[in-house]
Design a binder for this molecule. Sequence first.
Ligand code: NAD
Length: 353
Amino acid sequence: MAGITLQAPDLVARIATILRAAGSSAEEADTVAANLVLANLSGHDSHGVGMVPRYVDAVLEGGLKPNTSVKVQLDAGALLTLDGQRGYGQIVGAQAMGLAIARARELGSCVMALGHAHHLGRIGHFAEMAVAQGLVSIHFVNVLSRPVVAPYHGGDGRFGTNPCCIGVPLPGQEPFILDFATSRVAQGKMRVAHNEGRQAEPGTLIDERGRPTTDPGVVVVPQPGGGFGALLPFGEHKGYGMAVACELLGGALTGGGTWHRPADQARAVLNGMLAIVVDPHKLGTADAFGREALAFVDWLRQSPPAPGTDGALIAGEPERAARAERQRHGIAVDAATWAEINAAAAKVGLAAA
Ligand code: NAD
């Protein structure tokens, strides 16, 4: 089967149909589908509609609960502790951020701890919610799923791709949105490389015995010993430290839980997220903040392009450029992913599209 290129609204409609057939209300299905398609539009196909087969499996296994809202466990002013109750991360994550944003606007800041959310998708989405209201937003997230990332100098996978995100509004300009996994590359990118017969960059992977390898299959298909290899963290010991911080803050401090057991076969992916939201106006530095942030960003932009490059970018710009391009030309879904999406549709009683 060939791949397909669809305009964003058509892709949203197809995905929403599948999610409705998997038990979601029309409103939930539309919201989750729009969020996934926005990840594709933003250039992050690893967190877009390709997740749907896994979501459908997780619903059928009972690990992901459609039509579930966030539950308030503790409401103490600038501190909010919330339970995602295994609901769609796109739903409970947005509800949780809505509460945190309202609290930060009222009190100046909010520390929001969210546990037991199903996959939150692109974390930048939540930072974008906060910066749209003029707020700064910091996110530490852990992933409870097969542990695919090895500790620095460790020999096997012990934790997930634990993303970290910082959103900063820039007055009169598009915001700074730094949003990345703490693994060197996304697991999804290794699946694509394996399917296409490509090798990974040196320094990205270790095999089942902890030895460096460039074969992406080590994290995609079970290895001769029955286990898997692992991804390495970005930035050696520093990225490794960030990944551990995400586990300690997003997993332990939220109460959502850390990963400390062998891999299982469950299809659900749970995330814990610690979010810190700050209102610069309430901090009393809004004028200086706006002035100094813009001056610094302008200063960065004046750096001469290094040879062979287009020059320095600000985090968030690549995603906005991808959105403009894909809004115009459509979203290409590769053949393997489209086949998996049709197979997921069949599991919930729909014909192939
Ligand atoms: P990535 O490696 O593409 O890095 C993206 C970040 O780097 C963005 O902030 C982008 O604006 C910035 N960036 C990229 N090129 C730049 C340049 N030339 N100059 C300046 N900034 C630049 O992203 P990734 O690590 O593959 O993560 C992809 C997505 O996956 C993220 O949205 C992340 O939240 C998500 N994720 C989610 C989970 C989960 O469990 N929910 C787990 C891991 C990752």
